[in-house]
Structure formats: structure tokens, C-alpha cells
Design a binder for this molecule. Structure first.
Ligand code: FES
Ligand code: FES
Length: 178
């Protein structure tokens, strides 16, 4: 059996494509679309390396793991993967990283990078939540921990990811209450 899948990924319309039953979203990204930036870690919903952002039409986003959710869950949705964050020119060359990517780079937050796309997506969704609903400065560390605590990194010990996000949130106008 197969199913017809049609969705939007990083602002590009995809499909309709016939996809076999039981295909997980991460497999669809890798094998059907050659979007390999989303990483397969545990494959069991634990490490969150495979997280992508799903946007609804009302501007609300959620983060979803792609190793435990079949492609059908994403049918008709707008998805953001790590490939969609940096700014590109007309030739497809990267001209600027996103603020989250830049902060992680400047803080040496990752080593092997396997967990990074998940951290980028989760952190981007957090920034967007704070844009809609700023928080007190003394809540920043707590909110970062709450958002990122389920992401597993086997290399760096997390500190530099958290520090990068703290710096970014505190220096970005409008995310915290003065
Ligand atoms: S690979 Fe999906 S949660 Fe670990
Ligand atoms: S940088 Fe290697 S798993 Fe996080």
C-alpha cells in the first residue's frame, strides 16, 4: 500500500509523492528528498536529534520528532528543517546563518554536530515563543532548560548550547521584559 503525500518544506512545495506505508518522516526527508541535515540518533523518540518544526496556518509552531512519526502525520503541513534556517542568495549559496546557528557557532556549542539540527530547531521555536510572549530576565535560564533538556548531546555536556541561548535571548530586543 502507498499514500499520497503533499507538504511544504522550507517554503518549497513538495509532492504529491507516493510513499509506502510505514515510512517515518526522517526516512522521507533522507531517502525521498535528500534532506539529510535532520539526524537519526536513537530512533526511539528519546534523544530529540531528529526534531523539526511544524508550523500551522495561525503562526503557531510545534517541534516534532521525525523518527517516531510517520510521514502521514506531516501531510499538508508546513515543515522547517535545519536546511531552511540560513539565508541563501538566488544561487542557493548561504549568505548568513540564523541567529541561533550563529550563536551556537560563536560559543563552540557542538563538536560532532549530530545533535545540532535538533537543538537549532528547538531553540528557534523557543525564540519565536519569546517574541510572542517575552519573559522576565530571571526566567531565562529556566526557560532554556525547560526547552532543551530533552535534547541529548554526547559530546559537549550541554553547557555551551545553554550559554549560547542565554546570551542570544538576553541580547535580542523584545524577548525579555525590562
Ligand atoms: S532519533 Fe528521533 S528522538 Fe532520537
Ligand atoms: S555535538 Fe556531538 S552529539 Fe552533540
Amino acid at each position: 500500500m502507498s499514500q499520497s503525500i503533499e507538504l511544504t518544506i522550507n517554503n518549497q512545495a513538495v509532492g504529491p509523492i507516493e510513499v509506502g506505508d510505514g515510512v517515518m518522516m526522517i526516512e522521507f526527508l533522507h531517502e525521498y528528498l535528500n534532506l539529510t541535515g535532520t539526524k537519526f540518533g536513537c530512533g526511539a523518540g528519546v534523544c530529540h536529534a531528529c526534531t523539526v518544526i511544524v508550523d500551522d496556518n495561525l503562526g503557531v509552531s510545534e517541534v516534532v520528532r521525525t523518527c517516531i512519526n510517520g510521514v502521514e502525520r506531516f501531510n499538508g503541513k508546513h515543515i522547517r528543517t535545519v536546511e531552511g534556517h540560513a539565508k541563501q542568495n538566488a544561487q542557493g549559496e548561504i549568505t548568513a546563518l540564523s541567529p541561533v546557528q550563529q550563536a551556537f557557532l560563536e560559543h563552540f556549542s557542538f563538536q560532532c554536530g549530530w545533535c545540532t539540527s535538533g537543538f537549532v530547531n528547538e531553540s528557534t521555536a523557543l525564540l519565536e515563543r519569546l517574541e510572542r510572549k517575552p519573559i522576565a530576565k530571571d526566567q531565562v535560564e529556566h526557560v532554556i532548560e525547560e526547552a532543551l533538556s530533552e535534547h541529548v548531546c554526547r559530546c559537549t555536556g550541554y553547557v555551551k548550547y545553554y550559554a549560547a541561548m542565554k546570551d542570544l535571548i538576553l541580547k535580542t530586543e523584545g524577548l525579555t521584559l525590562s
